[in-house]
Design a protein around this ligand. Structure first.
Ligand SMILES: N[C@@H](CCC(=O)N[C@@H](CS)C(=O)NCC(=O)O)C(=O)O
Length: 392
């Protein structure tokens, strides 16, 4: 698979995915950059219904099937498990501040930018209807009949389209979400003119998290793709680079294929981190307040119960409704524990920092508007278990 690095896994892994899926884009670029051989299969394949669905018990992608017959769901868990199995060429920074920042950015990409990605896919549906039908069709139907596949795509689209209000998209909030996205594109475009990846010359979990929204939706769907190409061509180029096996890029001939030295965070990344604290932080603070109140009102939730209000296992569990001020508007949306789970993975690492690393991280968070966010505590831990998010 890779031209400059290759891990011999015996047999290739299988990535159950679709080309237009947000979290599949994250795992695909991870497998490519990690140098792990894999093949892709899509849900219309008969083995999906016969073997994958009974194992995972959600109709969902991405799922990685390992050569020892395990099916792993959740893009973050997949990366964690494969990092454990294949420790060569690590994708999680080893130094303390970079590790916290990479985990935070990976979470921001994976969950904090979901609304923007879904907004540009669905609020502009009419302008990109045929493309979306074809893409959703690929996920639902194999075969040469074009009309049949478009019809299958249309049926699936109505289900996903329905997610939008849960994510806080409304006529009032749309201008704020679009402004936040354009600011992020601008900050990233400057950074990617200096460096090929978020943490320098080597991709990390930060880049893979960002690939979730920035590839399948925002770089591929016609309306946001045109916006990204015109406003932030370096970001578009990064999405291409992230799907190439080579780590080095000829545009940066002097760049060593490694993370920034001495645990540094470069100046060009600071505006991106500031936007993360501001824009994802507002949601995390509202989610944390809601979840802590919910846990107070539901003290007898048993360990292992899924983090949905009704206790059911869901791909995107919801505990209730939240409402919070952000960028001059009110966002009304579902409270999404998955975002807090991501955040807590980073916040837990931040709390373990000691000495000079702690001083440096606290100073960086303070300078970039993150002190209040970094104080968030959830009164009960959450974990992934049996392919679902549960209370510990
Ligand atoms: N937390 C999961 C989310 C996976 C997910 O949302 N997958 C989408 C496609 S990108 C899906 O299949 N959703 C089905 C559903 O939400 O019912 C992950 O990181 O893998």
């Amino acid at each position: 698979m890779s031209t400059d690095f290759h891990v011999d896994t015996g047999n290739p892994l299988t990535l159950w995915c679709t080309p237009h899926s947000l979290y599949s884009g994250k795992v695909r670029s991870y497998l490519i950059k990690k140098g792990l051989p894999f093949r892709e299969l899509l849900p219309p394949h008969p083995r999906f219904g016969a073997e994958v669905l009974p194992a995972v018990r959600h109709f969902v992608v991405p799922i990685v099937e390992t050569t020892d017959g395990r099916f792993i769901q959740d893009s973050t868990v997949i990366i964690e498990e494969l990092e454990h199995r294949f420790p060569e060429r690590p994708m999680v920074p080893a130094t303390p501040v970079q590790r916290v920042i990479a985990t935070l950015l990976g979470g921001f990409g994976s969950e904090g930018l979901l609304t923007v990605a879904m907004h540009y896919r669905w609020s502009y549906r009419a302008e990109q209807e045929n493309f979306l039908r074809a893409e959703f069709g690929r996920a639902a139907h194999h075969g040469p009949d074009r009309e049949e596949r478009l019809a299958s795509g249309a049926a699936l689209m109505d289900y996903f389209n329905g997610f939008l209000p849960n994510l806080g998209v409304s006529a009032e909030s749309i201008p704020a979400f679009e402004a936040s996205f354009i600011e992020l594109l601008e900050a990233l475009d400057i950074h990617f003119q200096h460096y090929p990846y978020l943490l320098g010359g080597l991709p990390s979990i930060a880049d893979f998290g960002f690939m979730a929204p920035l590839f399948a939706h925002l770089a591929r769907d016609p309306v946001p793709s045109s916006l990204m190409k015109n406003l932030a061509p370096n970001v578009y180029r990064w999405t291409e680079r992230m799907n190439l096996p080579a780590i080095a890029d000829g545009e940066f001939p002097e760049q060593a294929s490694e993370w920034f030295p001495d645990d540094q965070i470069p100046q060009t990344l600071e505006p991106v981190i500031r936007l993360m604290f501001q824009d994802w932080g507002a949601q995390l603070l509202a989610d944390a307040e809601f979840v802590n109140a919910w846990l107070l009102a539901n003290p007898n939730v048993p360990s292992g119960q899924p983090t949905s209000a009704d206790g059911e296992r869901r791909v995107h569990p919801v505990l209730g409704e939240i409402s919070y001020p952000w960028r001059g508007v009110t966002v009304n949306r579902a409270s999404a524990p998955h975002g807090l789970w991501h955040f807590e993975r980073a916040a837990g690492l931040a709390r373990e920092l000691e000495g000079e690393a702690k001083t440096r991280f606290d100073a960086l968070a303070g300078k970039l508007g993150g002190s209040e966010v970094m104080r968030i505590r959830i009164s009960r831990p959450m974990r992934r278990e049996d392919d679902a998010l549960v209370f510990a």
